[in-house]
Design a protein around this ligand. Structure first.
Ligand code: PLP
Length: 287
C-alpha cells in the first residue's frame, strides 16, 4: 500500500506529493510543525498540539491554513488513508510560495499545509524503556526562540548525529550558565537525590512540550513532588533518575550521560510510573 500525503487540499501518493521550489519552508525554514502520537487508534493530546500550532503561527505572524474542525477532519482522514493504528502524524505549515525575498510575501499569500502519517512498530520503544539510552551533553547554540516549534532544526540535527557518532542515542543542550535546557527533540527531567521531579521552566530556553505538560499532570495525580526550576549538569549526574519526554517517546530513561552512569545504571521507577499512568490522563481522540 503506498503512503498518502495531504498537500494543500489534495490526498496524494508520496511519490506525487510535492511542494513548490519557492515554498518559503524550503527557502527559509519559514514554517512550523507538529508531531502527534497515535496509540491503538487514538490520537494523543490532539487539542494541546493544535493549541501549540496556533501559538507558533501567531508568534511568527503566519496565517492559519484552516479552521480547527476541518483541520481535525483532514488529520483523521490522513491517518485513516494510511491505516495508522500505532504511529504518528506530522503536520507542517509554511508561509507559502513567493518569489525568494526575505520580506513577508504579499498579504493573501496562501500558507502551505502538508500532513503525512506513518505507522511505527511500538516494540523498539518498549525495548528502550527496559534498557534506557545514553546521551551526550553539547553547548546550547540555538536561537533565542526555541519556544516556537519551527522547522529550522539544523542544530538539533547536527547534535543528534554527533550523539550517534559518539555511540549515544541523544544529545542534551547545556546553556552558557551550565544549566540544562532540553534534548535535541525532547524535554529533560531529573529525579533529584531527595526524590523531587525537576524540569526546567518553559518560560525560556525550551519548547513547552505537550508531553511535558501532560506529565506534570500525571505527576500531580500520583502525588510525585515537582519543581519547575533550572538544574545543572552536575545535578543531573548526581540524580536518581534522568529521563526525556516527547510525543513519540513518552518517558525515555537515560542511564548514562557523557559516559558517566546515572544512579545504578538502570531505568528508574518514577519514569516507569509516569509512563504507566500517562494514558489515563492524556486526551485521547479516536481516529
Ligand atoms: N523539545 C524539542 C526541541 C522538541 O523537538 C520536542 C518534540 O519534538 C520536544 C521538546 C517535546 O515536545 P512534545 O512533548 O510536544 O513532543
Amino acid at each position: 500500500m503506498s503512503r498518502i500525503a495531504y498537500v494543500n487540499g489534495r490526498y496524494l501518493p508520496h511519490s506525487d506529493a510535492a511542494i513548490h521550489i519557492e515554498d518559503r519552508g524550503f527557502q527559509f525554514a519559514d514554517g512550523v510543525y507538529e508531531v502527534c502520537e497515535v496509540r491503538d487508534g487514538l490520537i494523543i493530546d490532539l487539542t494541546r498540539h493544535l493549541d501549540r500550532l496556533d501559538r507558533s503561527l501567531r508568534e511568527l505572524r503566519m496565517a492559519s491554513p484552516m479552521a480547527r474542525e476541518p483541520l481535525k477532519l483532514v488529520i483523521r482522514e490522513v491517518l485513516r488513508r494510511n491505516r495508522v493504528r500505532n504511529g504518528l502524524f506530522y503536520l507542517q505549515v509554511t508561509r507559502g510560495v513567493a518569489r525568494r525575498d526575505h520580506y513577508f510575501p504579499a498579504a493573501g499569500t496562501s500558507p502551505t499545509l502538508t500532513i503525512t502519517a506513518k505507522s511505527v512498530d511500538p516494540q523498539p520503544a518498549r525495548a528502550r524503556y527496559e534498557t534506557g539510552i545514553k546521551v551526550i551533553t553539547v553547548p546550547e547554540n540555538r536561537w533565542d526562540r526555541v519556544d516556537i516549534k519551527t522547522v529550522g532544526l539544523l542544530p538539533n540535527v547536527l547534535v543528534k548525529q554527533q550523539a550517534k557518532d559518539a555511540g549515544a542515542q541523544d544529545a542534551i543542550f547545556v546553556d552558557a550558565a551550565g544549566k540544562v535546557t532540553e534534548a535535541a527533540s525532547s524535554n529533560v527531567w531529573i529525579v533529584s537525590a531527595d526524590g523531587v521531579l525537576v524540569t526546567r521552566p518553559a518560560e525560556h530556553g525550551i519548547l513547552r512540550g505537550v508531553t511535558r505538560t501532560t506529565v506534570l499532570e500525571v505527576a500531580a495525580s500520583l502525588s510525585v513532588p515537582v519543581e519547575e526550576r533550572e538544574f545543572t549538569v552536575e545535578e543531573m549526574l548526581a540524580a536518581r533518575e534522568v529521563f526525556l519526554t516527547s510525543a513519540t517517546g513518552s518517558c525515555v530513561p537515560v542511564v548514562a550521560v557523557d559516559g558517566r552512569t546515572i544512579a545504578n545504571g538502570h531505568p528508574g521507577s518514577v519514569a516507569a510510573a509516569l509512563r504507566g499512568a500517562f494514558l489515563h490522563i492524556a486526551e485521547k481522540t479516536p481516529i
